[in-house]
Design a protein around this ligand. Structure first.
Ligand SMILES: CC(C)(COP(=O)(O)OP(=O)(O)OC[C@H]1O[C@@H](n2cnc3c(N)ncnc32)[C@H](O)[C@@H]1OP(=O)(O)O)[C@@H](O)C(=O)NCCC(=O)NCCS
Length: 279
């Protein structure tokens, strides 16, 4: 089993996250569309909303994996020996339990407000948490870790005392300055080889916990009607569409929400157990 760890985002994560948007969104966007989408994440998000944004990263390259590439660029040649063989997207093992309370400083005591953590029994391969229950980590089997270390994989930026690590997922979100009870998720992305194993659920869970502890009972997210996986994911996470002008595949859509031709679904979820917000 290999360990993935959560941490708060930093400004230096901007480049690898932009690179991730340009490549990880390939299932629902053309390369030009993905590039255009990445412009919706200017550096300011990592300068002003890093405290509420999350990174999930792998461990350093396994022994013999060779050198690393920093700052989100493609891994260097020496990196190719890091277990790329057999690491085809989708050929990933299961992810263990998501736990909370670690890297993001989420307050203890709100864990009961989280969406249910993934249990090992629900995953292909029956992965189990392999570490202490409250270490803020996810566990994936070795084939998943190999995928993260594959050539061309993205790495987080070097940070002071340690080198960058493989980028497994990220969440960019913030607590609305204008709406005291609302938290907003702007982007979430998971490495293509690690999807549908509970990683985005775990990222949302940590964001929800922090929103709850900050007395933000409402979480919002905007999704393009073309992004069917994201729509399915948000439904699975308990979000409901908030209004709309017409329906697309049964989901209400706001016409021209983000400008002419940019229709959007406005998703909203209320967090149970969040303290009421005065005023
Ligand atoms: C959308 C995305 C973030 C989901 O990440 P993920 O780690 O695969 O999601 P999870 O495994 O945590 O899934 C959580 C729930 O959503 C559901 N779900 C996730 N992806 C789904 C899909 N493609 N189709 C149907 N349901 C899906 C899961 O079945 C799961 O439901 P369950 O717990 O009831 O079984 C991921 O597909 C991704 O990174 N896509 C590209 C980027 C993107 O479009 N981001 C969203 C817009 S900003």
């Amino acid at each position: 089993m290999a360990r993935l760890t959560f941490r708060q985002a930093r400004e230096e994560d901007h480049a690898p996250i932009v690179a991730a948007i340009r490549t990880w969104w390939g299932g629902t966007r053309t390369p030009d569309e993905a590039r255009e989408l990445s412009l919706l994440l200017p550096r300011l998000f990592l300068q002003h909303f890093a405290a509420t944004s999350l990174i999930l990263e792998g461990a350093d390259a396994p022994a013999g994996a060779g050198s690393r590439a920093a700052g989100g660029g493609p891994a260097g040649p020496g990196h190719e020996s890091g277990g790329a063989a057999g690491a085809a997207p989708g050929g990933v093992g299961a992810v263990g339990a998501a736990v909370d309370g670690g890297a993001t400083g989420v307050a203890a005591g709100v864990a009961g407000n989280l969406p249910p953590a993934r249990s090992g029994g629900g995953h292909p391969g029956g992965a189990r948490p392999a570490g202490p229950a409250a270490d803020g980590a996810l566990w994936v089997d070795e084939s998943a870790a190999a995928g993260l270390h594959a050539a061309g994989g993205l790495r987080t930026a070097d940070a002071g005392d340690r080198p960058g690590r493989p980028l497994a997922g990220f969440l960019i979100g913030f607590h609305s300055p204008d709406r005291p009870g609302t938290a907003y998720i702007h982007f979430v992305g998971v490495h293509p080889g690690l999807r549908q194993h509970g990683i985005a659920r775990a990222l949302y869970g940590r964001f929800f916990a922090r929103a709850t502890s900050a007395r933000r009972p409402e979480v919002r997210a905007i999704v393009s009607p073309a992004n069917k996986p994201s729509i399915a994911f948000h439904h699975a996470m308990g979000f409901v569409p908030d209004g709309g002008d017409y329906e697309s595949d049964g989901v209400p859509v706001h016409r021209d929400y983000d400008g002419p031709g940019h229709d959007r679904i406005s998703f909203r979820r209320l967090l149970s157990g969040a303290p009421a917000v005065a005023g």
